[in-house]
Design a protein around this ligand. Structure first.
Ligand code: PLP
Length: 373
């Protein structure tokens, strides 16, 4: 099928056409700030003060943003969230874990755990895409794992502590951290990578860890279990406490993360940032409700993500064609998650994305849809 030639009038277009669910829009202001540090930060040693001060700024800023409770620490390392799953397989899960699996990311973590020869077969609760299984107590597990926001389907779960004190709550907040409100005390490990709601680049993992999680990391490290050094959370903890990483990190990723976090904190912190996403979500789901051809994929409004929207289209509109038409007009990365195989658009509504641009996007979609029928 050839993509129809549709030119959206300039007046309707958003100021910034990036609506990807990750990597997502990086603010041009942050990139300009990075350029201003072209000669005294980029290309300098990560063991020297300028970079360590930037790591400190990022760690302190994240602690403030996430409202880290007393004793909670911010640690980081290389490998993104996928790398962190492997770190958790080696250094956080003692014997057996429980997983909520309701999309690509939750299921990938459960698979990584199931493949580990030193761990017992995990307990896995599954549900249909577009829903999530109940978050409820489970016996005979030492770790409970679930995504805050399942980026592949646009379903969110509010983290609540359902386990006993010795069961760690591991929350994959890759697309949630900075864009969703939550109760920090309900989590032991709230981990993420900064290329989604934190409007930075990829490659890094960051985690807010509770005293109980630190204790678990230290216990397992002392137990004699084989742990590859690049996945060793004890090494990550020791290095992070000195504002370093075990091996060389991407300095631009750290800088851009610190920029976004600083911007959030200066404007009112997590409630402000999450409020921007909520405002976008209200616009987008409100529009879908009114639209004759679009509807929210996630049926339960409580589970409907306010950071990543999945919007189904009537069969009269081919979503893949619509995605291409939008792309030819500079509106990028609106395609649904491939493996889900639905006639769907998936739209990032992270805090850095302007709610006014989300409004403009809905008008652009209407403009294209009218000309595609
Ligand atoms: C994107 C994503 C991941 C993977 O992150 P990487 O940094 O690419 O490894 C994991 N979990 C969730 C919920 C995600 O959205």
């Amino acid at each position: 099928m050839t993509t129809p030639q549709i030119t959206i009038p300039d007046a309707l277009l958003p100021h910034d056409g990036r609506f990807g669910s990750g990597p997502s829009k990086v603010r041009p202001t942050s990139v300009e700030a990075l350029a201003a540090r072209a000669t005294d930060y980029l290309g300098t040693s990560h063991r020297q003060l300028p970079v360590r001060m930037m790591v400190a700024e990022m760690r302190n800023g994240i602690a403030e943003l996430l409202r880290a409770p007393d004793g909670y620490e911010i640690i980081c390392g290389n490998g993104g969230s996928t790398g962190f799953w492997d770190c958790a397989v080696f250094g956080l899960i003692d014997q057996r874990s429980h997983h909520l699996s309701f999309g690509e990311f939750g299921s990938k973590f459960a698979k990584a755990v199931a493949a580990a020869p030193h761990l017992a077969e995990p307990s896995v609760a599954e549900s249909e895409p577009g829903t999530h299984p109940p978050l409820e107590p489970v016996a005979y597990v030492d770790t409970i794992c679930f995504p805050h926001n399942e980026t592949s389907t646009g379903v969110m779960v509010d983290p609540v502590r359902v386990g006993t004190a010795d069961q760690l709550m591991l929350v994959d907040a890759t697309s949630g951290a900075g864009g969703l409100m939550f109760e920090p005390e309900a989590t032991d490990v709230y981990y993420f990578a900064p290329q989604k709601a934190l409007a930075s680049d990829g490659g890094l993992w960051i985690a807010m860890v509770s005293p109980a999680a630190v204790e678990r990391i230290e216990q397992i490290a002392a137990s004699g279990r084989y742990i590859p050094p690049s996945l060793d959370l004890k090494l990550a903890l020791d290095n992070s406490r000195q504002d370093q990483t075990y091996n060389t990190p991407a300095l631009s990723t750290i800088f851009l993360t610190a920029q976004t976090v600083g911007w959030f904190n200066e404007n009112g912190g997590l409630s402000w940032a999450a409020g921007r996403s909520s405002a976008s979500a209200e616009i987008l789901y409100g529009w879908a409700e009114q639209s004759p051809v679009a509807s929210a994929f996630v049926a339960d409004p409580q589970q409907r993500s306010t950071v990543v929207a999945t919007i189904d289209f009537d069969p009269s509109i081919d979503a893949d064609t619509l995605v291409e038409v939008l792309r030819s007009n500079g509106i990028l990365d609106t395609s649904g998650y491939r493996k889900l195989g639905r006639n769907q658009l998936r739209i990032g509504m992270f805090p850095a994305i302007d709610p006014d641009d989300v409004k403009a996007l809905t008008e652009c979609i209407d403009y294209c849809v009218e000309r595609m029928q």
